[in-house]
Design a protein around this ligand. Structure first.
Ligand SMILES: [Fe+2]
Length: 244
């Protein structure tokens, strides 16, 4: 069963739980409020069982493709570099769907107050992160996870590693795409509309910080926001001068 809590940024190893003392748990209902959905499929019952359940789940939610990756220091190429990349905050324009076949790890997601929420996943946990949510991933101190990734479409660069359910009635997913990133950083980031909605929810300080972070990722949008803001300030000043 998945568990989640408010992330304590104590600057220690990212693989640590990072809980406050006392812990500040986050319920599944709270996760659902900002679009993070949780399901459980008992992967310990064996491949035949979980494949059958995943087939039904994927059909219901229109996930056409899937693959499996195996992240462990002994088998995963460029392990240390990839672990750092996974932990970089990012977002996607599509859902991120992960079903944990074995091992464990942490997904961190930002809530509506821009706080990091840490979600601990282990065998059988199926997590759906909504499009446009800021998130990151890290292994925990067990240093191993084997997730199945499900996709509505195949992300760029993963075509050769992903099995299409539409091509086979009983897909046997054996792709061990160790070169793939768990976070598919090549997928375009969220839509401008979703991003603006998120920015407008922030207070002034966080808004400025977020804008600064976005300057490389979305330079055109940041320029537009700055230009619009300057125009509004100019008009307000003119109005103020006219009235005096
Ligand atoms: Fe991601």
């Amino acid at each position: 069963m998945v568990s989640a809590w408010l992330f304590n940024d104590d600057k220690s190893d990212q693989r640590n739980p990072h809980q406050f003392s006392p812990n500040q748990p986050i319920s599944l209902a709270e996760l659902a409020e900002f679009g993070v959905l949780y399901f459980f499929i008992d992967a310990a019952r064996g491949e035949a069982y979980y494949q059958s359940e995943i087939d039904k789940f994927a059909k219901a939610r229109n996930y056409k493709n899937r693959d499996i990756i195996n992240i462990h220091k002994d088998t995963f190429p460029n392990y240390d570099e990839k672990i750092k990349i996974f932990f970089e905050e990012h977002l996607h324009e599509d859902e991120e769907i992960r079903f944990v076949l074995d091992g464990s790890g942490y997904f961190d997601v930002r809530d509506k107050k821009d706080r990091w929420i840490r979600i601990a996943v282990k065998q059988g946990d199926l997590l759906i992160l909504p499009a446009g949510i800021y998130h990151r991933f890290t292994l925990d101190t067990n240093n191993y996870i084997k997730p199945m990734r499900l996709f509505k479409e195949v992300p760029n660069g993963l075509q050769s590693t992903v099995t299409s359910q539409t091509q086979t009635r009983t897909p046997t997913v054996r792709s061990t795409s160790n070169n793939s990133s768990l976070s598919e950083r090549s997928i375009p980031i969220q839509t401008t509309h979703a991003l603006l909605r998120r920015l407008l929810r922030l207070n002034s300080t966080r808004f400025m910080l977020r804008l600064w972070k976005l300057r490389l990722e979305r330079p055109t949008l940041v320029r537009s926001i700055c230009t619009s803001s300057l125009l509004v300030i100019f008009l307000l000043l003119r109005r103020s001068m006219d009235s005096t």
